[in-house]
Design a protein around this ligand. Structure first.
Ligand SMILES: NC(=O)c1ccc[n+]([C@@H]2O[C@H](COP(=O)([O-])OP(=O)(O)OC[C@H]3O[C@@H](n4cnc5c(N)ncnc54)[C@H](O)[C@@H]3O)[C@@H](O)[C@H]2O)c1
Length: 313
């Protein structure tokens, strides 16, 4: 099959592109390299250096690549940036996604897989509970608003144009190649700083000095498996959480990584970050029927920390 991965020079997209190639598909990557790196694009994939905000350029790339399946990963992916620059977030995440969706319609793409966010879209998830796909949505940041609005546009495009889509609501994804210098991706940021002996900071959940926000950390291999399952028609549901259901706070993450790496780094306390939800843990029930086994956090943390140590990224 011909597969196009938007954002395929970034963290998750490059893993999806790599796995699609390994599965024997013909793979194109569409990325403006604003955050992603050319070096992340796997050998054998064709790169279209295109900004998704440029509808004509997106259409041009689709005309050449003629994708049967599209994995739409390209995005402004930081909650913090979306709070500071909401119009920029909407330009990339809403208007850019509409350009991708229109190109899919014009080129009869069989299915569009959309990287949405379970980590931000449900808002606060009450203590002791897991958010399933039917949990009410309550976006608390411009980033969550833009992702949820694309989900609605996809339903409208399905009704109006028959565009088939699968929405994957990722929890907090981690793994090799995540940008350790960005504002999102706490495991990558901690790993890099711990390796360099720099202090790491636990941003508060409510008040400085608490254990920080609670999240559901899912390994990128599980996210890749969900994307491939969607291409292969193994996901019936229009919306699927991609998560583990395991709740982890920032302090325990920091402590475990520091211990694994044997780092002398200081652990400091920081203030709450605007836009951050306090607790987000998702229900993996539906995902379990597609992907029964997920990477356990203890293994995923160790292999990711080792990757950052061994590659020097
Ligand atoms: N990492 C997570 O924990 C997480 C969680 C939920 C959802 N997501 C979503 O998954 C997707 C991939 O995230 P990631 O962590 O790999 O982020 P990333 O920043 O590593 O990758 C995004 C890619 O999109 C590209 N891009 C950005 N703006 C673009 C534009 N205007 N035109 C073309 N390309 C553009 C970047 O260059 C980058 O290569 C995003 O849609 C993100 O919102 C990520």
């Amino acid at each position: 099959m011909r597969v196009l991965v938007t954002g395929g020079a970034g963290f998750i997209g490059s893993h999806v592109a790599e796995a699609a190639l390994a599965a024997g598909h013909e793979v194109s990557v569409l990325d403006d390299l604003s955050v992603g790196k050319r070096a992340n694009v796997p050998e054998g994939a064709r790169l279209f250096e295109v900004d998704i905000r440029d509808g004509d350029a997106v259409r041009g790339a689709f005309a050449e690549a003629r994708p049967e399946f599209v994995s739409h990963q390209a995005a402004q992916a930081s909650v913090a940036i979306s709070v500071r620059e909401p119009a920029f977030d909407a330009a990339v995440n809403v208007v850019g996604s509409l350009n991708v969706m229109q190109a899919c319609v014009e080129h009869d793409t069989a299915r569009l897989v959309f990287a949405s966010t379970g980590g931000a879209i449900y808002g606060e998830v009450a203590e002791g509970t897991l958010a399933s796909e039917s949990h009410p949505t309550h976006p608390l940041s411009p980033y969550a608003c833009s992702k949820l609005s694309v989900e609605h546009y996809l339903a409208a495009f399905s009704a109006e144009h028959g565009l088939a889509s699968t929405v994957l609501r990722y929890a907090n994804v981690y793994g090799p190649r995540q940008d350790p210098h960005g504002e999102a991706g706490v495991i990558a940021i901690f790993a890099r700083r711990l390796i360099e002996g720099e202090p790491i900071q636990v941003n508060a959940r409510r008040t400085e000095g608490d254990d920080g926000c609670v999240r559901d950390y899912v390994h990128v291999d599980d996210v890749v498996a969900a994307n491939l399952a969607a291409f292969e028609g193994r996901i019936d549901a229009p919306v699927l959480n991609v998560c583990t259901g395991v709740a982890t706070n920032t302090r325990s993450l920091a402590t475990r990584l520091r211990e694994h790496l044997g780092s002398p780094s200081d652990l400091r306390d920081g203030p709450r970050r605007p836009g951050d939800v306090e607790r987000s843990v998702l229900d993996p029930g539906a995902l379990s029927r597609v992907i029964p086994d997920r990477v356990p956090l203890v293994d995923g943390l160790a292999s990711t920390a080792n990757w950052f140590r061994d590659t020097g990224v």
